[in-house]
Write a protein that binds this ligand. Structure first.
Ligand SMILES: Cc1cc2nc3c(=O)[nH]c(=O)nc-3n(C[C@H](O)[C@H](O)[C@H](O)COP(=O)(O)O)c2cc1C
Length: 317
């Protein structure tokens, strides 16, 4: 999620779940082709399995970007056909590509030619004038000809004219039934549903209708909701016994990045929701917000020490 998640967030999440697939935020293919690749693409092996999400609209450029990213060994490459922002729209990428299914099929084909990793597409159920189920069906029917390995469907229309990106994640109603119907009518496709799913109980309910579930904001704002994911997916225990151990795991990581010049606030900002809904949640947030020292590992240890034991030691739930 652009401006929210990054490699530090993903490392933190790997203390809570190992079996889920994580994604990078959308990275423009122009940036990969022309920019500082190490800065854009480096990640810690612990973040895997990890999908690289790219945003672009020029098949040649996307093909080059996918080839350039190959040495990084991402586990999957995903194409963004869902972002509604004006900036992205002006460049002809993101959700507006839903109006050009032939182009998206061509892009997917170029991506597949340049990687042997799975190539997947994340899209909306529709945009402005293409807002009926039949429009999405036609989009998927065309794009599937290029053989993408999965479709991730954000179950909301994106209104490209008149709504901000934030409103486009709340105002258009969720239409889960359209995604279920897509799976029923194209049962051989791998379909992942996304949008407004806040708990793993809800995710399990959706998994009765589709193959997979993607969780965005809830996984960021309330990361501990993912603590039973590995149990549900693979009958494996959460990698951290409790919130305390998930937080303590970050102390050496923060030290390591501080030594390499990364201020701790860039890491700690992702941990603020760890105690959401628990006694001490506000104390946790306040203790780790505001102006933090460049190396905030000792502060993190101190804030943890003062948190209510019951909140620190509550098991995954
Ligand atoms: C701040 C923010 C940034 C986002 N950036 C991306 C992005 O880079 N790529 C993407 O596919 N979706 C992005 N999204 C959309 C989410 O992935 C997701 O589709 C959307 O929030 C609906 O799912 P949710 O209700 O589980 O959050 C972003 C969402 C937010 C809140």
């Amino acid at each position: 999620m652009m401006d929210w998640s990054d490699r530090h967030y993903r490392y933190f999440m790997r203390g809570i779940t190992r079996r889920t697939l994580l994604y990078t935020e959308m990275i423009s293919t122009a940036a990969i082709v022309h920019g500082d690749r190490a800065w854009l693409l480096d990640f810690d092996p612990e973040e895997r399995p990890l999908a690289l999400q790219v945003g672009g609209s020029d098949p040649d450029e996307i093909g080059r970007a996918v080839a350039a990213a190959e040495p990084w060994e991402y586990d999957e490459v995903n194409l963004n056909v869902g972002c509604p922002s004006d900036r992205v729209q002006e460049r002809g990428l993101g959700a507006c590509l839903m109006a050009s299914p032939d182009l998206v099929a061509h892009i997917v084909e170029r991506m597949k030619r340049n990687t042997d990793k799975p190539v997947t597409v994340k899209h909306r159920i529709g945009i402005d004038h293409l807002d009926r189920y039949e429009d999405m069906y036609r989009f998927v029917k065309t794009v599937r000809e290029a053989g993408p390995d999965r479709f991730t469907v954000h179950a909301r229309i994106a209104w490209l004219e008149g709504l901000s990106p934030k409103e486009n994640r709340t105002v258009p109603p969720l239409r889960y039934e359209d995604v279920y119907r897509l799976k029923r009518e194209m049962p051989d496709l791998d379909i992942e549903i996304n949008g407004g799913i806040r708990t793993l109980d809800d995710a399990d309910m959706h998994r009765r209708h589709v193959d997979k579930v993607m969780i965005g904001r809830a996984a960021y704002e309330t990361p501990w909701v993912m603590s039973t994911a590995d149990m549900r997916i693979a009958a494996e225990a959460c990698p951290s016994e409790n919130r305390l151990s998930a937080a303590e795991r970050m102390i050496p990581y923060i030290e390591r990045f501080h030594a390499a010049g990364t201020p701790s606030r860039k890491i700690i900002r992702h941990m603020l929701g760890l105690f959401a809904g628990m006694p001490g949640a506000r104390q946790w947030r306040q203790g780790l917000s505001g102006k933090l020292p460049e190396n905030a590992a000792p502060l993190l240890a101190e804030v943890l020490r003062r948190m209510p034991r019951a909140s620190c030691e509550a098991p995954p739930a």
